[in-house]
Design a protein around this ligand. Structure first.
Ligand code: ANZ
Ligand code: ZN
Length: 869
């Protein structure tokens, strides 16, 4: 079997005939792969796992009569491409072009259904013209703004980064420790979409873990902002709390070292020197270090100033105990940019506050009493917590503040709110707060706006012109794209300026508004820009350009199935949803979400159990496998190796096993040929003669199984049932000269060619080349050449006949007190409950049971049921 020749031949024919381009069918299916960043290393077998899966689905959907869109492209801007180019001393453009060629060559060998006419490349100026256009729309809507706040700075990549680009406080790209650096930067107002991004998750058919990661990243917290007055001053400042119910337990306030109030209070703070020293020290710490629960808490009191708890002044603090002035501390465990950068500390009910209070000897005031039963006679304990409260041996420790308590209970010592449960208290207190104008309910998000500029060369130029008179002026849309100038030296400068700033000819330009001298923005966009809308780009590509074509967009969106790695949970998948929701609001798209269903592929580990990496020298290149075993073997193997979404080790023996399987299929085709030559080939008569035999039942069962398996991403079990079916077909057909009856009927009977043809159809999404080759062998009419050959990939997906799929049955023995009374045929695997239902309804049994009391029923699976009376 010369699979190399076979695969090449069909790839060429498919391409020439464009057999997958059935875009006019009424039902559509858009199946999308996360497009690759074309790295210098090329594709490895881990990448192709997802691509093969989407190709199987694409082929399956095509055979089911859908218009299928299955495109591919290149995500080629950004730091990785630029760092690669710098390291190898070639211009990023040249490196990218070269890598794309390699990737494409590799992909073509798999025989995928891609429509290469729709190929996109984010670094093509026709493409990024529209990336820039979207930026301009964001700018015009006030969603792109300039900011000067300190941002994450990677000293090694010499660029600012977004929060999403960090991993444990380090640069996701190079692992360097991140610094905070004040820098002029462009920021996209992603927070304006926090609620929509959260809401939209509800209806998405995505893995729950990914949705949860996005929810946590967005980090919605419902709470309140409370205004605290500074004693003897007209100053007020706000804290954010999710636990308004604990306000009567607030014994001090804490502000972040970055908080403005410290400046405002400078004249009042008696220990200003100490405070400033503390603030300087915090600057050396990363956010992760500051948030670390295990770290010892530090802080300094702002001596000479006090705050007043608004709930103590008015509102009837019945206890009166909350009337005192409370001290203010600066401490780095409070973050500057979350909430209001200030917290009310409740040491009795919050762990961090408790530790801080212990260390600095601050009062700890318990305001929540765990439910105690039966003290509160009206209330039965309803949860574990309540029970726990009842028997709580720690009760006195909680009440005295010796330990902190962060569970449920009723308020104590909380003025008019005493005795309320916590939820009710939060509600009433928020009302009180709003009525007395001391604050309001507030929802906060952890999500930050997206730091969108990079001080690097290899990215889309930000289409803004900076004019001294007019400020930031958008480039006129008709002047897009702003092309990235071709330069020799593109190393990052490290000064916070992009290398583009040195290209005077490019930078200096007339202001589009006033005509005066102006300069171009020299920052570029981050690597996530181009991928934030690429699924749309495929739809509107026309000849080499892009035109917004609402009809196409409406037809294809949302993407029905999106497949890729889990590592994109909070970056690409969030950014793309954000842009999509914005494009929805400006009526460019009409679907609310871009990706309806998401599936993650599991990692393929190397044979040594480690991650495939150049460093370990354990990377398996698909080219090498295809060269020896062919693409179909590789495709089948990767789908067979294990559950699709789970990590699994590569195993070359498994590849060989798959290859042997295909060889056997080939051999059977040879047998059919022998039959045909011998004139024993009675295709027509077969149908009538061989209805309802066991093989036919198996065939229909297999069709059902594979159909359901493909729909549910169970490719591995689909392939194993395909193999079982093949074994039986092979058995029934393999020996043309054999006269004894084989397992399934008579070997002298005409070949079961129709069964085999159905088998080939089921095989075709997985092994498209060989199934096509065998199909053409069996179906093209060699005698008169009248019948034009029709590709197997244009065949209809086989349908099963439900009547033929008999469930396997067995004789269930029915005993009463251990004696045989009856038998009944039931499906194998029947449960005790179902069996009882059937058995007790049987006349013979029900008669025996009249007036008897059933003591128990013993059930032995797939054997007997014994009723003890
Ligand atoms: C009083 C209180 C009592 C709190 C209590 C908690 C428990 P999430 O859910 O993350 O939104 N907080 C507010 N702003 C903060 C900041 N900038 N840095 C560090 N901590 C901050 O958490 C909100 C809670 O975290 C707020 O509720 C506040 O402490 C603290 F028993 O207020 B809480
Ligand atoms: Zn101007």
């Amino acid at each position: 079997m010369n699979f190399k020749k076979i695969e090449k031949k069909w790839q060429k024919i498919w391409e020439e005939e464009g057999i997958y381009k059935n875009y006019q069918r009424p039902k559509k299916f858009y199946v999308l792969d996360m497009f690759p960043y074309p790295s210098g290393e090329g594709l490895h077998v881990g990448h192709s796992r997802g691509y093969i899966a989407t190709d199987v689905i694409a082929r399956y959907k095509l055979m089911n009569g859908y218009s299928v869109l299955h495109p591919m492209g290149w995500d080629a801007f950004g730091l990785p491409a630029e760092n690669y180019a710098l390291k190898n001393k070639i211009h990023p453009k040249i490196a990218v072009d070269k890598n794309i060629k390699t990737f494409k060559k590799q992909l073509e060998k798999f025989g995928f259904t891609y429509d290469w006419e729709k190929e996109i490349n984010t670094t093509d100026s026709n493409y990024y013209k529209w990336t820039q256009w979207i930026f301009l729309q964001l700018f015009k809507c006030g969603l792109a703004y300039e900011s000067f706040e300190p941002i994450n700075w990677c000293p090694s990549c010499k660029t600012g980064l977004a929060n999403e680009d960090l991993e444990d406080g380090k640069c996701e790209r190079c692992g360097s420790e991140i610094e905070k650096k004040p820098l002029r930067q462009w920021v996209l107002k992603m927070t304006a979409y926090a609620e929509k991004l959260l809401d939209g998750l509800r209806d998405l058919d995505w893995p729950e873990s990914i949705k949860e990661q996005q929810r946590n990243w967005i980090g919605r917290s419902e709470g309140a902002e409370i205004e605290f007055r500074i004693k003897n001053l007209e100053l007020r400042f706000k804290v954010f709390t999710t636990r308004l119910d604990t306000i009567f337990g607030c014994t001090y306030l804490v502000v972040a070292p970055e908080h403005e109030i410290i400046k405002d209070l400078e004249l009042r703070i008696e220990n200003l020197g100490e405070v400033k020293k503390y603030i300087d020290e915090t600057k050396k710490k990363s956010e992760i270090q500051r948030m670390d629960l295990a770290k010892e808490k530090t802080g300094v009191e702002l001596k000479g100033v006090k705050a007043i708890n608004p709930f103590s002044a008015e509102g009837g603090s019945a206890s009166g105990g909350n009337n005192e002035e409370i001290p203010i501390y600066v401490a780095d465990y409070v973050l500057g940019h979350y909430g209001t950068g200030a917290v009310m500390a409740v040491p009795a009910h919050d762990e961090r506050d408790w530790e801080f209070a212990k260390k600095y000897n601050l009062p700890i005031k318990c305001v929540i009493k765990p439910y105690v039963y039966p003290v509160n006679l009206n209330k039965h304990p309803q949860s574990d917590d309540e029970f726990w409260g009842q028997k709580n041996p720690e009760l006195n420790k909680i009440l005295s503040g010796e330990i902190f308590y962060n569970k449920d209970g009723n308020l104590i010592d909380s003025g008019q709110f005493t005795e309320m449960n916590l939820e009710k208290a939060r509600e009433k207190m928020a009302k009180w707060l709003e009525e007395n104008k001391f604050g309001s309910r507030k929802i906060n998000y952890k999500l930050r706006d997206w730091v969108f500029s990079r001080q690097r060369y290899w990215g889309e130029p930000i289409p803004i012109i900076k004019c001294e008179k007019c400020g930031n002026v958008p480039v006129l849309e008709k002047n897009l794209p702003v092309k990235l100038p071709n330069v020799k030296s593109y190393e990052p400068t490290g000064t916070g300026e992009s290398p583009l700033a040195n290209i005077k000819k490019w930078v200096n330009i007339k202001c589009p508004k006033c005509g005066g001298l102006a300069k171009r923005e020299t920052n570029t966009m981050p690597q996530w820009a181009g991928s934030s809308w690429y699924y749309l780009a495929y739809l509107i590509k026309k000849n080499k350009k892009y035109e917004w074509n609402k009809k196409e967009i409406k037809k294809w969106l949302p993407v029905n199935l999106y497949v890729g790695g889990v590592e994109h949970a909070t970056r690409h998948l969030l950014y793309a949803r954000f842009w999509h929701k914005f494009l929805y609001d400006i009526k460019v798209v009409s679907a609310k979400e871009p990706f309806k269903k998401l599936m993650n592929q599991g990692l393929i580990l190397a044979e040594d159990g480690r991650k495939m990496s150049k460093r370990w020298g354990n990377v398996v290149n698909p080219d090498d496998i295809i060269k020896i075993y062919g693409a179909d073997t590789l495709r089948l193997y990767e789908m067979f190796m294990g559950p699709f979404d789970q990590a699994i080790m590569w195993n070359t023996d498994g590849v060989r096993g798959m290859h042997r399987f295909l060889q056997r299929v080939y051999k059977l085709v040879q047998n059919f040929h022998a039959y045909r030559q011998a004139g024993k080939f009675e295709v027509e008569s077969y149908n009538a003669k061989f209805k309802n035999d066991k093989l036919e039942t198996l065939l229909h069962q297999t069709i059902k199984k594979i159909t359901e398996d493909i729909e549910n991403f169970r490719f591995n079990t689909a392939i194993s049932s395909l193999m079982i079916l093949f074994n039986e077909i092979e058995h029934a057909n393999s020996a043309p000269s054999r006269s004894l009856s084989s397992r399934f009927g008579n070997a002298n009977a005409p070949m079961r060619i129709e069964y085999f043809k159905t088998f080939l159809k089921l095989l075709s999404p997985f092994a498209p080349h060989l199934s096509e080759e065998f199909w053409s062998d069996l179906t093209s009419d060699s005698d008169n050449g009248r019948i034009k050959y029709k590709s197997i990939h244009r065949e209809k997906w086989p349908k099963y006949n439900p009547k033929l799929i008999k469930e396997k049955q067995f004789e269930l023995v029915i005993q009463i007190n251990g004696k045989l009374r009856d038998k009944v045929s039931v499906p194998t695997g029947i449960s005790q409950k179902e069996a009882e239902k059937i058995v007790l309804k049987r006349q013979k049994i029900s008669e025996e049971l009249v007036g008897e009391k059933i003591k128990k029923i013993i059930f032995v699976q797939n054997r007997l049921i014994n009723i003890v009376i």
